[in-house]
Write a protein of this length. Structure first.
Length: 150
């Protein structure tokens, strides 16, 4: 069972018309991925292609659903003063392994243009810390993406 498929089974939709927690987690992840693509101020098409690929793969979405998710997340990413609410959503709904998978998604976007900018690496480190992932988890996520070994 995939990363977020388990969440669908484990989390019951909130009562009273509140925001769907699975959708909120998807939007939160998409916002972080968009932030990563924007971190180096170079809006490379390869990074956006990688965002689509990551969302499709990790959430099991169709191409149309991926586009809908990006359309929903893009204005939130552009207007966000802080990433706190998105990180809180992920911290409350994901376990350590699942958060590391999100970090791997972020590493894949950062490396999509075949160049790791210093600002991207700083953002990756900050997001790992804010997702309560250890330095070891940070490195494991990086090595899972780059193929490097410890």
């Amino acid at each position: 069972m995939g990363l977020f498929d388990r969440l669908k089974d484990a989390i019951q939709p909130a009562a009273g018309g509140q925001r769907d927690p699975v959708r909120a987690q998807r939007i939160a992840a998409a916002v972080l991925l968009l932030e990563m693509a924007h971190a180096d101020n170079n809006h490379d098409a390869a990074e956006y292609d990688e965002i689509r690929r990551q969302l499709k793969t990790h959430f099991g979405l169709t191409d149309g659903e991926v586009e809908e998710l990006i359309v929903a997340a893009a204005p939130e990413a552009e207007s966000a003063v802080s990433l706190y609410q998105y990180l809180k959503t992920l911290n409350e709904g994901l376990d350590e392994h699942e958060k590391r998978e999100v970090l791997e998604m972020l590493w894949r976007v950062a490396y999509a243009d075949d160049e790791l900018d210093a600002q991207e690496e700083v953002l990756l480190r900050e997001l790992a810390d804010l997702l309560y992932l250890s330095h070891e988890q940070f490195l494991r996520a990086k090595f899972a993406v780059t193929g490097e070994s410890t």
